[in-house]
Design a protein around this ligand. Structure first.
Ligand SMILES: [Fe+2]
Length: 302
């Protein structure tokens, strides 16, 4: 297995490993370390069944299943389908275009650790791949923060709320969504997380707030909280922290939710087919030092 860093602010390509097979413990440890160090990993030219995608993904932690049982593989609610394809009047999956910058699952008490996406159909126009995924490096964003923010927010806690994303989607032209129902609100209550997290694998300090879901900083007036968040959002989305992944058919793309933000570029039309299968891994194990120690142990012995 060969790890080739992009040399940019994020990203590495991992060659000479077949994710359809059981990855051996040494290579698995290298992948976990590379995911934390490079944030975004591309495994080109993979061929995976949905079950193989699930088997690889679940080694990193528990998988978030489709809450509705829709937009997923039959009998495999942990393997969700992102697609704009409509066949016989039926959508093949959930559309995934047009989302603003966010971090998956920051609105849950157990946040997201990593996404594993498998690109099956990728739209192209004039030889260029469409529907790129953009990322931003939150270790660099933290490192560059003015010292006064590092000090004043060192123990701050932010509130994350799925409703923010829901309302942003509702506000788009043509949206027919109603407000979140009381039932939805009860299932998805706001969550609280430190504004700065220590990465469980690297120990690096990370800016953990995102425009998609973060709504407030506790203990501040509404004005102060909004001003602080506006500053953090503008700071973290500077182009110098960004990396773009342009998809190829057969790519497996993983990224570290703890250390990055992402967004999907909606630059393709309904007739330009896109089909991606996805597993979302929760950070239910990676914050346990014993899990990380156990996963990385083969590197010390190798
Ligand atoms: Fe996402």
């Amino acid at each position: 297995m060969k790890i080739v860093p992009s040399g940019l602010v994020l990203g590495a390509v991992i060659e000479e490993v077949d994710l359809a097979q059981q990855v051996d413990p040494v290579n698995f440890a290298k992948i976990v370390r590379a995911l934390s160090e490079h944030g975004v990993l591309r495994f080109p030219r993979q061929t995976l069944t949905p079950i193989q995608l699930k088997q690889f993904s679940q080694r990193f932690g528990s998988l978030q299943a489709s809450p509705t049982g829709k937009d997923c593989e039959a009998g495999l609610p942990e393997v969700t389908i992102l697609s704009n394809i409509v066949e016989n009047g039926k959508s093949l999956g959930a559309p995934d275009a047009g989302q603003d910058w966010h971090t998956d699952m920051s609105y849950n008490s157990v946040v997201g650790y990593t996404n594993v996406l498998y690109g099956i159909e990728i739209p192209r126009r004039n030889g260029e791949a469409l529907g790129a995924t953009l990322f931003a490096n939150m270790k660099l964003a933290y490192d560059d923060l003015p010292e006064r923010y590092k000090q004043s927010l060192s123990t701050a806690v932010a509130v994350h709320d799925f409703n923010k994303f829901w309302e942003a989607t509702r506000a788009r032209p043509g949206s027919k969504r109603g407000p979140m129902t009381a039932e939805m609100r009860a299932l998805l209550p706001p969550s609280r997380h430190p504004v700065f997290l220590d990465h469980p694998v690297t120990g690096d300090r990370i800016l953990y707030a995102n425009p998609g879901y973060t709504v407030a900083i506790e203990g501040m007036s509404e004005v102060q909280s909004q001003e602080t968040l506006n500053f953090l959002f503008a700071h973290q989305l500077q182009e110098k922290y960004q990396y773009v992944h342009r998809w190829e058919v057969g790519d497996v793309l993983m990224w570290d939710h703890i250390g990055t933000l992402h967004m999907a570029n909606p630059d393709y039309t309904a007739s330009e087919r896109r089909l991606i299968k996805r597993c979302q891994v929760m950070a239910d194990r990676v914050f346990d030092p014993a899990f990380v120690q156990c996963v990385l142990a083969p590197l010390a012995q190798a």
